[in-house]
Design a protein around this ligand. Sequence first.
Ligand code: NAD
Length: 492
Amino acid sequence: MPDANAPLASIRNFIDGQFVDGSGGKAFEKRSPLDNRVTASVAEASRADVDRAVASARSALKGPWPRLSGADRADILLKVADEMTRRHADFVEAEIADTGMPRVVADPMCGRGAANFRVFADVVKTVPTEFFETFTPDGRGAMNYGLRRPVGVVAVVCPWNAPLLLMTWKVAPALACGATVVVKPSEETPRTAALLGEVMNAAGVPKGVYNVVHGFGPNSTGEFLTTHQDVDAITFTGETRTGEAIMKAAAVGARPVSLEMGGKNPAVVFADADLDSAIEGTMRSAFSNTGQVCLGTERVYVERPLFGAFVAALKAAAESLRIGPPDDPASRLGPLISLEHKRKVLSYYAKAAEAGATLVTGGGVPDMPGALADGAWVQPTIWTGLPDDAAVCTEEIFGPCCHIFPFDSEEEAIERANATNYGLSAAVWTRDLARAHRMAAEIEAGVVWVNSWFLRDLRTAFGGAKHSGIGREGGVHSLEFYTELKNVCVKL
Ligand code: NAD
């Protein structure tokens, strides 16, 4: 249980290596999703603070950071990773305080923060450059080689659903490339980005390389940062309509964007699938982190002979998930991020009922004891019986819920899986490997898992197709975004 008597935490901006309040004296409240209690006061960065943060990132570009060898920067990033590991418990506490997620969920997620720095330290140490030998009419030829230079000051705009993991997924490669960053964490999850400032100082990252400004999106810190003309590139994770606004902001000054956005991800389960694995994987993909995972499954297509058994097994799996507070080791599902998000998810639960869905399980709010009754809790929910074009089956809900549909042929499954504006990820469950490869090639998504879900190798390309994103990050693909590749042509 959260400690109702704990003092209010004070979360500050991190600019030029120092923790500072908002110069406008503004602060906003951060509430715990567990019981809606105010747990922190967060300094809101004004336009002047954003100016200072961007100026500090610009000035760090004139210092040693971009001029260090990749290997030397990698050494410092490994120190960041080590310091994060040493302070792992602090990061887990901070993440839990912001999100209310069970400790068993927060613990590995925070571990991924340090892993991001380790992976990109390796990538930058080992990445090759390109070289082309060119024929010239005089027979002497020319040599072409590529030089990578940091893209400059990068704005990193983050969501709340996996705060540390998603933020470091962008900060680590940006820093590895010698760029400098100004991070705008979600207003719902300010703590871990601020804590990373302490780590950066302890690891010896020069002042101004990593900056954090807190606040909201439109008419606030997010907009001040993304419209700032001294920002060279913007990397964003969040909702598609926010990404559209950011893309408009980036158009002024023709600045590059990397956008990782929403999804309405399908799982396709064939009758020959290993049912236990398909249920375990679909249970995780639909319900883990209380359904607040961009890669999560909200549409499940099951081949008709397996449909009844699959629905029954997923219902049993969902009902076995213990909803509870972070420190109960049996807890598997925490609350949603906020009461506002709870209202949104429950509005879809109501829409499903109005549209005549068959409610397999859930559909409401669990009974929570004491103060937890005021928190953002909802039940894991499964529906069947709705048409493909129902709002619940086409719009991203971002809650612990999915709709299960029967299908009769591979072609039909592909067509229905692709009948969405989104294209982030998909999971295919079958023992027929030839079919698995056909499906993987045909499904319109940036990431396709076969007989698994969320099995991530951080060296691989990651990003979304269609309305789910622009660009790819991960491994060397991140270098494409965080550097300018310059060709040098030398006539011999
Ligand atoms: P959001 O778009 O509401 O907010 C994301 C960030 O953008 C926040 O920091 C917010 O303050 C900021 N922001 C909002 N409006 C802005 C504006 N006009 N200008 C500048 N900044 C602005 O997203 P969210 O609700 O925090 O996160 C959930 C969404 O993120 C879901 O749609 C989910 O699918 C998506 N997501 C995608 C991925 C991926 O890798 N594709 C990963 C995680 C989450």
